[in-house]
Design a protein around this ligand. Structure first.
Ligand SMILES: [Zn+2]
Length: 444
């Protein structure tokens, strides 16, 4: 049973960018949609000119807790998520301790419930300690209160093909998915950036596209061989898009994600030696960016995943070679996707709902997320001012990370409101109050 979260009437929003309509939210669900709905008793939200979309679902977030609370906490990371338009995030397993047991995933799940800003769905590690040597207790994590369905050693590639095969076989028992960080380790030893013209000029060790593509090629064949489900994290090269397109044409059960930064930025930025542009996988070339956009538009790439990776300043404000890899992304993803995909005419707002919400919920098997904006559905809804333009100022963000590669850029689109289970976590573009999970403790 859901907590009583009140009654709200969203007045005149453009549903998925289409015709204006009203949406009545009552006790956590969409009670009614239509025009001219009666507002008796409801808190009315004037949404004229705003787009209503399903709450976004991130398949790839680093919340850093437990263990790196100097970088981010579940509280700060999920505040950032709510402000960015998310109602669910998958929390990656590379915490300290690693999320490789039922105990740790339940801890992360409980922290998410206590925070109340979004659904926090822990990702379980594939191997014990992310060490790539023995399988973690995947079944125990799946059966735990956290109901883990996605497993990943993200940050590190599961490079042993026997372990990868066994993981793919094991997760079939509970309809799970293995999310691979595709990076052949021997081909990328000591790499600092994309291998190409810019790395040659700068004299930095490069990270060749083939290091990503060779693992994806291997893994789609393994997934086909054992009849399991594979997800490819943060696809970054044109060649990777081609391999995934080929695999899907053959009916292989593979899904893939692209990050906002790989849809917009290129390795030319590394010429600045500003470590805010250091990331894994690295920023690639303009040809790769164009191929990723085309892949997302034609469905080869299923979802946008942020790979939100906050770091404390001392790990980023140092020389390039020493700097940590990663970028923040939760509070800029919507704007970057609007800028790169919608304003270029590549996708519609309905497509946006698919690649940021519905497809992501399906990959993670989140039944209450990514649903249509229809009566009877859970009220996970955001309202977006697509005409707004704003300048990215990392110091003003809710994430503790200041490492946004979009700093100083003017981007379109602002989240005005986020409804999580019928409760407004964000109103007027500002944090409101979290969903009161405590009210439903003990209920299903
Ligand atoms: Zn990764």
């Amino acid at each position: 049973m859901a907590a009583n979260t009140g009654t709200y009437l969203i007045r005149g929003a453009s549903l998925l960018g289409g015709e204006p309509a009203d949406v009545l939210i009552r006790d956590g669900v969409i009670a009614e949609t239509g025009t001219g709905l009666s507002d008796d008793g409801a808190t009315v939200i004037d949404a004229a000119g705003l787009v209503a979309l399903p709450g976004m679902v991130d398949v790839h977030t680093h919340l850093r807790e437990p263990g790196r609370e100097d970088a981010e906490t579940v509280e700060t990371g999920t505040r950032a998520a709510a402000l960015g338009g998310y109602t669910a995030v998958h929390a990656m397993a590379n915490s300290t301790p690693v999320a490789d047991t039922a105990g740790v995933v339940e801890q992360v799940y409980s922290l998410g419930q206590a925070a109340g800003w979004v659904d926090v769905r822990p990702v379980g590690a594939v191997t014990v300690g992310l060490a790539g040597e023995q399988l973690a207790e995947l079944g125990a994590m799946a059966d735990s209160r956290a109901r883990v369905r996605m497993f990943s050693d993200d940050g590190i590639c599961v490079h042993d093909p026997v372990l990868m095969r066994r993981a793919l076989e094991y997760v079939k028992a509970f309809d799970g998915v293995v999310a691979q960080h595709a990076q052949e380790p021997r081909l990328t030893a000591g790499a600092q950036m994309n291998e190409g013209e810019v790395s040659a000029v700068l004299g930095l060790t490069g990270w060749p596209a083939v290091a990503e593509e060779s693992i994806i090629a291997r893994d789609v064949l393994l997934a086909q061989h054992v009849g399991s489900r594979l997800h490819v994290c943060h696809v970054s090269t044109a060649g990777s898009v081609e391999i995934i397109r080929w695999a899907k044409q053959r009916g292989i059960n593979v899904t893939a994600e692209v990050t906002p930064h790989h849809l917009l930025l290129t390795d030319d930025l590394v010429r600045s030696y500003d470590p805010v542009y250091k990331v894994n996988p690295p920023l690639r070339t303009d040809a790769d960016v164009q191929a990723l956009r085309a892949g997302l538009a034609d469905g080869t790439i299923d979802v946008v995943g942020t790979d939100h990776a906050p770091h404390p300043s001392e790990h980023k404000e140092c020389e390039w070679a020493q700097a940590a890899m990663g970028m923040t992304g939760l509070e800029t993803a919507l704007s970057v996707v609007q800028h790169t995909m919608i304003e270029t005419g590549l996708i519609s707002w309905a497509d946006f709902a698919r690649v940021t919400s519905a497809a992501a919920a399906k990959i993670g098997r989140l039944e209450d997320q990514g649903r249509p904006l229809e009566a009877g559905e859970p009220a996970n809804i955001i309202l977006v001012d697509r005409a707004a333009r704003w300048t990215v100022e990392p110091a003003k963000m809710a994430t503790m990370g200041r490492n946004s590669p979009f700093k100083g850029m003017e981007l379109p689109g602002k989240v005005v409101a986020t409804f999580f289970k019928g409760h407004p976590t964000v109103l007027d573009g500002k944090l409101n109050t979290p969903y009161p999970h405590a009210a439903s403790v003990g209920a299903a």
